[in-house]
Write a protein of this length. Structure first.
Length: 206
């Protein structure tokens, strides 16, 4: 289910889990949360940016080669040791992140659930994990350089206030905001919650 809203010049959509696409990969399963533009195909690598989660179910896994793609990977659950041949090796646990290029020869040891941001061309992006406790209010500052802000609910339930109107988000919901016209978002924890914020800027227009 998608709920699309427009208030002044700020557009936002709430995407629920039944709209996500899940496929197998060599190390487990991956779920595409969002791709831009919507006509892009992951296999063609013709996107500006793509968000996904993956379950690494094998103790040893080999990452798919993605030439021309820059990647940011954040651990949501579990831990891995990620190795980029001829570059470096790094241990990653919950909410720790690694940034690397898609054409690097990358392998991993360990099992985890991770969050992935892929960008191409002039598009850049950043990831941040935010924990919100039950009955806590959090204000998240917004940089006016961002073209997109996407909030994924890994666990819990929150209310996000946009133009003073509350919008409920539950586990596996993705809130997609573009044409940002506010300086901060007010977020209320209905339950103890863990959110992943993806901030996108400098994308080319298709």
């Amino acid at each position: 289910m998608k709920q699309t809203h427009k208030k002044t010049d700020m557009d936002f959509t709430i995407i629920t889990a039944e709209n996500f696409k899940t496929n197998n990969w060599s190390g487990g399963k991956t779920t595409q949360l969002f791709i831009y533009p919507s006509t892009a195909e992951y296999q063609q690598l013709d996107f500006n940016f793509r968000l996904s989660t993956a379950k690494v179910e094998n103790e040893k896994s080999v990452f798919t080669s993605l030439p021309g793609v820059s990647r940011k990977l954040m651990i949501l659950d579990g831990e891995i040791i990620i190795n980029h041949e001829n570059h470096y090796t790094k241990h990653l646990s919950k909410f720790e992140m690694d940034a690397f290029e898609g054409d690097w020869k990358t392998t991993a040891v360990g099992k985890c659930t991770d969050f992935n941001l892929m960008t191409t061309g002039k598009t850049t992006g950043e990831l941040a994990a935010v924990s919100v406790e039950k009955n806590q209010f959090t204000f998240y500052n917004i940089n006016n350089a961002w073209q997109w802000l996407l909030i994924y609910v890994f666990c819990g339930k929150v209310n996000v206030f946009i133009d003073t109107i509350s919008h409920a988000l539950i586990k596996d919901n993705l809130l997609v905001i573009n044409k940002l016209e506010t300086l901060s978002l007010k977020i209320e924890g209905v339950e103890n919650s863990e959110l992943i914020f993806s901030k996108i800027t400098h994308f080319e227009t298709y």
